[in-house]
Design a protein around this ligand. Structure first.
Ligand code: TEU
Ligand code: CA
Length: 595
């Protein structure tokens, strides 16, 4: 007998949940991210599409996930693979039609899953009619919908250093682009083709909210909001501190990360779009550079801003802040400490999202685990165990559940991603050895996550009958969904058990979190507790055996082994094999509530 509250049934039977039955369904949910371009191609043009995704819904249902977050499928010139939107309310013909989205919503709901769409509200495509109108003249009624500024005082437009501020863009040298039509510059924090919307203008916000309501009316269940903590800019726009590199660019972060009106804007969005809606639509804000203090405010239900945020602290630890491509060694102690800090910071109010991978990050198993064939499967399962047993909502990025790895890029020409191409060009122009820059891209490039989903051992991994837009990882004959589906020992089967564990045990979703052995560079260990139920998670992130060294370890020897990526140990030993992870459960006396 445990002291847990009765377990809620793993998933709603079929169809949508009754209105308002469950206002925080996402606290017990696992969310699966689909990058539609790379998931499944239905028509042989080499690009994944919505009919392709529709044909794979049973796969997602069998994994047991509660919701799907899909990266942008809207009309777009595809300068940044759809994060440059030219029509928020239509589907790019490359991906399908609005009728396909309706079918996706229905197909997911029939299977008890929800649909979270990805909305890019900080910028549009330069082909969006709002921007075409805005750039047409200084008197355009939409001029003020974007950030237009004249050249710096005393300098002719277009001359070196005449940009209104010294900010560097994420995907190009300057964050400002001169527009010849009116002789003014527009702001683009990302590519030249992704002009930033001016959220100071209430008409802009009103238009975006109306668009979001239109999607809810259509039946979607929530929004992942791209770089949403960049929408409030600090006025007046000012130069930032110079960046290393000596090219004159500066760091504008202080002017646009969690700017002065960000909480006000998100509250307004919530009030205008989310409040009062049936089914508790989910909002998750992608927030590069967000601080824990801000995240606690953003995600406190009392603030009514967003349900959770994607923070970046743990994915920046192995990154050199002055060189986006460079890799620096990651210590397990820093990674554990970072996640534990967020667990503690959002323990009483607010909520964490949990992720190791997405379409912008290298493959988790190659980065935090071991892609060595001897350890790949065990380490993929270990990473999943550790992540999913934290408190928060776990996200699974497509292919992660198969243990998909980084791609062995042999030449920079194989890389399509705008960010990687920009940094490669910049590094080589600055005199870096191209071989070294390529080596960095091999570890870093976003295309590592964007190679096609590996469905089976047929040509192109069953992703397409044509030529895939990005090559399939050559390891697909050994790493694919078909090979893993019927194998109880596969990474895929392990994910199914792990996801079911969260649905079945309230302690996984709601229990408190205590990190053990914070100074250990090989063992990741922590406990979770809810009422009288306690879990111990122990994992060995090394290629050899390691003793867990937990002082009270012996107390756990008699506990029930709930889940492990190895056969149970012969004796009740706490020596863990290479990349072994274990989850133990025991029930003891109920602890007094904290606080
Ligand atoms: O990413 C936000 C972002 O800051 C990225 O630059 C990210 O940190 C970087 O790519 C990691 O290498 C979001 C989207 O997820 C990304 O795909 C878009 O390119 C970007 O916004 C612009 O919309
Ligand atoms: Ca296609």
């Amino acid at each position: 007998m445990t002291g847990d509250r009765p377990a809620p049934s793993s998933r709603p039977a079929a169809g949508r949940q009754p209105a308002d039955s469950d206002t925080a369904w996402w606290r017990r949910a696992v969310i699966y991210q689909v990058y539609p371009r790379s998931f499944a191609d239905s028509n042989g043009d080499g690009i994944g599409d919505l009919p392709g995704l529709l044909s794979r819904l049973d796969y997602l249902a069998s994994l047991g996930v509660d919701a799907v977050w899909i990266s942008p499928f809207y009309r777009s010139p595809q300068d940044d693979n759809g994060y440059d939107i030219s029509d928020y309310q239509d589907v790019d013909p490359m991906f399908g039609t609005l009728a396909d989205v309706d079918a996706l919503i229905a197909g997911l709901h029939e299977r008890g899953m929800k649909l979270i769409i990805d909305v890019v509200l900080n910028h549009t495509s330069d082909e969006h009619p709002w921007f075409t109108e805005s750039r047409s003249s200084k008197d355009s009624p939409k001029r003020d919908w974007y950030w237009w500024r004249p050249a710096r005082d005393g300098l002719p437009a277009g001359s070196p250093g005449a940009e209104p501020t010294n900010w560097r863009s994420f995907f190009s040298p300057s964050a400002w682009q001169l527009d010849e039509a009116t002789g003014e510059y527009y702001l683009h924090l990302f590519s030249v083709r992704q002009p930033d919307l001016n959220w100071e203008n209430p008409e802009v916000r009103g238009a975006l909210y109306a668009m979001l309501r239109w999607w809810l009316d259509r039946g979607v269940d929530g929004f992942r909001m791209d770089v949403i903590n960049m929408v409030s800019k600090r006025l007046p726009l000012r130069d930032g501190p110079p960046l290393p590199g000596g090219d004159g660019y500066g760091d504008g972060w202080a002017s646009f990360i969690s700017g002065p009106r960000i909480h006000e804007f998100l509250r307004e969005l919530h009030a205008e779009v989310i409040a009062g809606r049936d089914g508790a639509p989910l909002t998750v804000g992608e927030m590069p550079g967000v601080s824990l203090d801000d995240a606690a405010v953003f995600t406190d239900p009392a603030s009514a801003e967003v349900d959770m945020v994607f923070q970046f602290e743990h994915v920046e630890l192995d990154r050199d802040p002055s060189d986006r491509l460079a890799v620096r060694p990651l210590r397990l102690t820093s990674l554990k400490a970072s996640l534990a800090r967020w667990q503690a910071g959002l323990a009483t109010a607010g909520w964490n999202s949990l992720y190791f991978g997405n379409h912008d990050q290298p493959r988790a198993v190659s980065r935090y685990g071991s892609a060595d064939p001897a350890h790949r499967e065990a380490s993929a399962k270990l990473l999943a165990t550790v992540l999913h047993l934290h408190r928060g909502t776990p996200y699974v990025y497509q292919g992660e559940e198969l243990g998909m790895t980084n791609y062995p890029f042999a030449s920079a020409d194989e890389i399509a991603d705008i960010e990687s191409r920009h940094y490669y060009r910049q590094a080589v122009d600055a005199g870096q050895d191209p071989a070294q820059a390529l080596a960095a891209l091999r570890r870093r490039s976003r295309d590592n996550a964007r190679t096609p989903m590996q469905w089976d051992a047929s040509p192109h991994a069953g992703f397409t009958t044509g030529t895939p837009w990005l090559p399939v990882n050559p390891n697909y004959p050994g790493i694919n969904a078909a090979a893993q589906a019927g194998d109880q020992d596969s990474v895929l089967s392990y994910y199914r058990r792990l996801i079911a564990l969260r649905h079945d045990l309230p302690v996984v979703a709601e229990g408190d979190f205590t990190l053990l052995l914070p100074g250990d560079e090989r063992i990741w260990a922590f406990t979770r507790r809810l009422g009288a139920t306690e879990l111990l998670v122990v994992a060995n992130l090394s290629d050899g055996p390691a003793e867990d060294g937990i002082p009270a370890g012996r107390d756990w020897a008699a506990a029930e082994l709930l889940l492990s990526n190895y056969p149970p140990p012969a004796a009740a030993t706490l020596v863990l094999r290479a990349w072994e992870a274990r989850v133990y459960r025991r029930s003891g006396r109920a602890q007094p509530p904290v606080g």
